[in-house]
Write a protein that binds this ligand. Structure first.
Ligand SMILES: [Mn+2]
Length: 423
């Protein structure tokens, strides 16, 4: 099956005109051809499918020729690649696993899991967020009907696995996370971080801020402001933007916080937001202005005088009825459709990084929160691919870093300059 193209198209003008007539004749209603549904149906015909062919050829090489009774000769013995959706070793969207992290440089975008919930001040469990999102991401195809995008054909994606975080140590984990993000950002690949609680926002942005001399704006979707200096005496998940906007190339006036509200915004955070003049758009503001106007305003404010924009998406910005598996559930948030439209709208201008945080599988039901998180990521990628903005940030990474390969010295404790204990 895979050796025969699904449909063969002639580009002769006469045939194209005939095809157009045929399309028009398919209008069963005078307004049908004005609908997105009709346009999307036509658009799929223009998408390439070479990578899908390649993947199935590769699957047969890796997984061996299927049993004689199997009629579809693209089916191998051992499941490899996208199909079946319930089978396989589960990376994000079943993207190739970049076991050697130097390989991320060969991909347009890289997923990295950040399994860390040491910054959580209520429900824990987001250390399982990357696993949860990867697991349910397996049910997706790389194609989206409405926007007419096929991620497999139009971009390359890998999964670099997880960052080695240190449970119960925020600062060491932050240092590890910053290095991981710096590594991916330096390679030019678009970093996609799957948390983890929201404390990772600071080290993630720091990872990008450290490899560029340019300025970064942030669009932050959340019910919570997350901008107080400390919480419970530490830099918890309520604090990332205080520390991120302390960096000279991450101006607070370019921090746009969308969806903030309800009964869980500490007054301490509001004071900081006011002092630093961040931009807060509440749920009621979004409702009053509508999605398009909100996107326009958010883009204006985030991009004002900066060179690139980072997106932080807290899954709890969506009404908790849709996302039970999260650390601080709050009613009254976005409807899923609103959240996806806003995230795509902001992403279409291009981003320098995306983080998806606060998915907590132990509190989830039927994987719906993790599924919502998956959807945010693929919608953001889809928006950038369809607007040709994925990779736009590369030119801004002007201070790339390189970390040496580890050298194992035969013992577990090999720090030549250990801290003196009791001295
Ligand atoms: Mn939140």
């Amino acid at each position: 099956m895979f050796s025969t193209p699904r449909h063969t198209r002639s580009h002769h003008p006469r045939d194209l005109a005939a095809a157009h007539d045929a399309r028009d004749r398919r209008a069963h209603h005078p307004d049908l051809t004005k609908l997105g549904g009709w346009k999307a149906m036509q658009k799929e015909g223009d998408l390439p499918e070479g990578r899908w062919d390649e993947e199935r050829r590769w699957a047969l090489r890796m997984g061996l020729t299927g049993a004689d009774s199997i009629e579809d000769k693209s089916i191998p013995i051992f499941a490899r690649g996208e199909l079946p959706h319930y089978a396989g070793i589960n990376t994000f969207l079943k993207a190739p696993y970049a076991e050697d992290v130097l390989e991320v440089a060969h991909y347009d975008a890289t997923v990295l899991g950040i399994p860390f919930d040491g910054g959580t001040t209520y429900r824990p469990g987001t250390r399982f967020g990357p696993q949860g999102v990867r697991k349910i991401s397996a049910l997706y195809t790389p194609y989206n009907y409405e926007i007419g995008v096929d991620l497999r054909e139009q971009m390359t994606l890998c999964d670099a696995g997880d960052v080695f975080t240190i449970p119960a140590n925020l600062e060491k984990s932050f240092d590890q996370i910053t290095r991981a993000v710096s590594h991916v950002a330096s390679s030019g690949s678009f970093p996609i971080m799957i948390g983890g609680d929201h404390s990772i926002g600071f080290p993630c942005v720091r990872g990008i801020a450290e490899v560029t001399s340019k300025k970064i704006g942030i669009v932050h979707f959340d019910r919570h402001a997350d901008i107080q200096e400390k919480d419970l005496d530490e830099r918890m998940h309520t604090t990332p933007w205080f520390h991120a906007t302390n960096m000279p190339n991450v101006p607070a006036k370019n921090l746009v916080q969308i969806g903030i509200g309800g009964w869980q915004v500490p007054r301490e955070a509001v004071k900081v937001a006011r002092e630093r003049q961040t931009n807060i758009i509440t749920m009621a503001d979004v409702e009053a202005m509508g999605i398009d106007k909100t996107v326009e305003m958010a883009l204006d404010m985030a991009w004002d005088g900066v060179d690139m924009v980072y997106m932080s998406f807290d899954i709890d910005s969506i009404d908790c009825g849709f996302v039970p598996g999260t650390g601080w559930p709050e009613p009254g948030g976005f409807l899923p459709r609103e959240a996806l439209a806003l995230a795509s709208g902001v992403a279409k201008e291009g981003l320098c990084g995306l983080e998806l945080v606060e998915v907590s599988p132990p509190y989830d039901t039927s994987d719906i929160t993790a599924l919502m998180g998956t959807r945010v990521i693929v919608d953001v990628l889809g928006a950038m691919v369809s607007h040709g903005t994925l990779g736009k940030h590369k030119a801004m990474i002007d201070k790339p870093v390189q970390f040496p390969h580890g050298e194992f010295e035969g013992k577990r404790w090999s720090n030549p300059h250990p801290h003196k204990v009791g001295g």
